[in-house]
Ligand binder design. Structure first.
Ligand code: ATP
Ligand code: BTN
Length: 241
């Protein structure tokens, strides 16, 4: 089922609200604009009207954390696949789940969970894609781009949403059948900073090292001081050294 809205605070928040009031997933929430679009760590996701895609897919996930392992990275693969299928070139992923064209961010993914993690829970997969956005009025602190800039022309957002839905269907099915392990090589082949020297902001002390890849659960593998360390969690942020 599809919930379409002119304006919501956040499509993720709206999906969580619908779940809380007893609306059973699966369903999708799409909005023309968000007044409080959110990114990771409570940051703002700039969401002007009628230019971009603001999409949240609510799903039921079973069996504790297993069904969630690597899920956000797999969603990145689906978004990348959709962008490639509409003709965008040089699309890549940055761990854990940012989508880039060249060295500029074009899309972000935010997974939010609700329910009893030990048993059944629900996940809301929020995807924001800059499609035809031309200006951010200085509200985006990092380098960003849009599908329009990459293609040299505007793209119909319904076309992209339809293709994105197909890509999500394919990749989420594969994730369910094969687990993240079956998609790990493909993910690493799309990682923009594979084998690069990076700095990971992990709480108080940043960690410097070489990106080795990701493990079977989607955790980042880095070579730090001659040894391998693994990192996972929503608070981590990777930068080039
Ligand atoms: P990382 O995911 O590694 O921490 P990040 O800097 O992208 O890197 P996030 O918290 O994932 O951090 O994303 C939120 C950031 O995205 C915001 O701080 C802002 O700079 C940027 N941002 C906000 N809206 C947009 C948008 N529409 N397009 C591109 N970037 C945006
Ligand atoms: C990030 O890069 O920090 C994640 C950004 C996620 C933005 C999308 S837009 C649709 C959904 N609703 C939200 O409020 N956030 C996500």
């Amino acid at each position: 089922r599809l919930h379409l809205a002119e304006c919501v605070g956040s499509t993720n928040a709206e999906a969580l609200r619908l779940i809380a009031q007893g609306d059973p997933p699966p369903f999708v929430v799409i909005a023309e604009m968000q007044s409080s679009g959110r990114g990771r760590r409570g940051r703002e996701w700039v969401s002007p009207p009628c230019q971009n895609v603001y999409f949240s897919l609510a799903l039921r996930v079973c069996s504790g954390a297993e069904g969630l392992s690597g899920l956000s990275l797999v969603v990145g693969l689906a978004v990348l696949d959709a962008l490639v299928r509409v003709g965008v070139q040089h699309v890549g992923l940055k761990w854990p789940n940012d989508v880039y064209i060249g060295d500029q961010k074009v899309a972000g993914i935010l997974l939010e969970l609700t329910g009893d993690l030990a048993d059944v829970c629900f996940v809301v997969i929020g995807i924001g894609i800059n499609v035809n956005m031309v200006a951010s009025e200085g509200r985006i602190s990092q380098s960003w781009t849009s599908v329009r800039e990459s293609l040299g022309q505007s793209l119909d957002r319904n076309t992209l949403i339809s293709i994105l839905s197909e890509s999500l269907d394919v990749y989420l099915r594969r994730h369910k059948d094969e687990g993240f392990v079956g998609l790990r090589d493909e993910w690493e082949s799309k990682h923009i900073w594979q084998s690069r020297f990076c700095i990971l902001s992990a709480g108080v002390r940043p960690v410097k090292g070489k990106v080795l890849g990701v493990d079977e659960r989607g955790a980042l593998r880095m070579e730090v001081d001659g040894g391998e360390q693994r990192f996972s969690g929503g608070e981590l942020s990777l930068r080039l050294d």
